[in-house]
Design a protein around this ligand. Structure first.
Ligand code: BGC
Length: 396
């Protein structure tokens, strides 16, 4: 992924220490997965109060491989605990739809499987690191080869609960980056695609959160209202699907939940942004969404936000150096508008390559505050994972 922000748009889990040599299969979470009858998620209540975000097998596998590569035994023991943290699984290509079935096979009835819907035509229009497989104009392919098969799979598994984050960065990019050619060209496809996703995935065992960037993006005074209106417009174009619960914030981001004064509160442009932490952003954006006619409960990514003061600029988004794993998924947020802190970005997977000769090289991944070397977006970075672990708060 990634986003750019325009300042002025104007401009742990149970401590099982998995021996690294054992495979995922040797750690069945429950003999029989799923519930014994169909799951119905009530969109008027917080699903995370009832269900725990599932530690999916793909992240577990990545973490277990990482554990095997660590020689320091005490660090390895801490690392093993990360496998038990619930994370979202990114369905970032048509081919990766094949991950859904294996991922839901071990979901107990007490858990909810988190998926990120992320394959819009012309994806990541304001940056380069996460440009996707579908080109601008491939909207029919997005609908028939990406969304429809996901719908079929979810319908085939009515006894499993799903939480979906819908297309990170896409609508926020239309709000603040519409001056960029790529975003201009992508706009129709983003709106049409997100509306189709919301309409088609409106199933009883699913709740959806539409991505709303973060406080340093749509939180600027000039962006708040247009942001809420953009999300609500697409939600309404989808027919106001009842399984939409609200919005997601800080996806793959770095902002603190409630640091006060906020991390960038002394910046020269701070007077244009009251949303100096994610809590203020959620509490400010939610009422605007409500008046624009959209459900307004949030989930907030706390996967990598333990350490602040690392970014030179608020908009720096790529593999921030010195970051640490943040608060583990929980519905205890202390804020009625925030359903849960969740891990959306799987910590250890890169945000983008630092190789300046690569096609998808984005200069943000070469900045002074970005960790180097870093591989292609979505690819495992062992050194980065170990750094997140060492800097985790709370520690593992
Ligand atoms: C990448 C995706 C990846 C996701 C989670 C995004 O930045 O573009 O390919 O699945 O991060 O790591």
């Amino acid at each position: 992924m990634k986003f750019q922000y325009s300042a002025l748009l104007a401009l742990a889990a149970s401590a099982y220490a998995a021996p690294p040599t054992q495979s995922i299969k040797e750690f069945p979470r429950q003999a029989s997965a799923g519930c014994s009858s169909a799951v119905t998620l009530d969109p008027s209540s917080n699903p995370f109060a009832k269900y725990t975000l599932h530690p999916n097998i793909y992240y577990r596998k990545e973490v277990q491989a990482a554990v095997a590569a660590i020689t320091d035994s005490s660090l390895a023991a801490s690392a093993a605990k990360v496998a038990d943290v619930g994370t979202f699984l990114w369905i970032d290509t048509i081919a990766n739809i094949a991950k859904i079935e294996p991922a839901l096979a071990d979901v107990p009835c007490t858990n909810i499987l988190g998926l990120v819907i992320y394959d819009l035509p012309g994806r990541d229009c304001a940056a380069k690191a996460s440009n996707g497989e579908l080109k601008v104009g491939d909207i029919d392919k997005y609908k028939s080869q990406y969304i429809d098969p996901i719908v079929t799979l979810i319908k085939a598994h009515p006894n499993t609960a799903f939480a979906l984050v819908i297309e990170p960065d896409s609508l926020p990019n239309l709000v603040t980056n519409s001056d960029k050619d790529a975003c201009k060209q992508s706009a129709t496809g983003y709106e049409d695609g997100v509306a189709y996703a919301l309409k088609s995935l409106n199933l009883p065992n699913v709740l959806m959160y539409i991505d709303a960037g973060h406080g340093g993006w749509l939180g600027w005074d000039a962006n708040l209202k247009p942001g809420a209106q953009e999300l609500a417009k697409v939600y309404k174009a989808a027919g106001s699907p009842k399984q939409v619960r609200g919005f997601s914030t800080n996806t793959a981001g770095w902002n603190s939940w409630d640091q006060s004064p906020g991390e960038f509160s002394t910046a020269s442009d701070a007077k244009y942004n009251k949303c100096q932490n994610e809590k203020i952003y959620v509490d400010t954006f939610a009422p605007l969404l409500k008046s624009a006619g959209m459900p307004n409960h949030a989930i907030v990514d706390t996967g990598r936000n333990a350490v602040t003061g690392l970014r030179k600029e608020w908009g720096d988004w790529c593999n921030v150096n010195g970051a640490g794993f943040g608060v583990r998924p929980t519905s205890s947020t202390g804020d009625d508008l925030a359903d849960a802190f969740v891990w959306i970005k799987p910590g250890g997977e890169s945000d983008g390559t630092s190789d300046s000769s690569a096609n998808r090289y984005d200069s943000f991944c070469g900045k002074d505050d970005a960790f180097k070397p870093s591989p292609e977006a979505g690819t495992w970075n062992q050194a980065y994972f170990e750094m997140l672990l060492k800097n985790a708060k709370p520690s593992f």
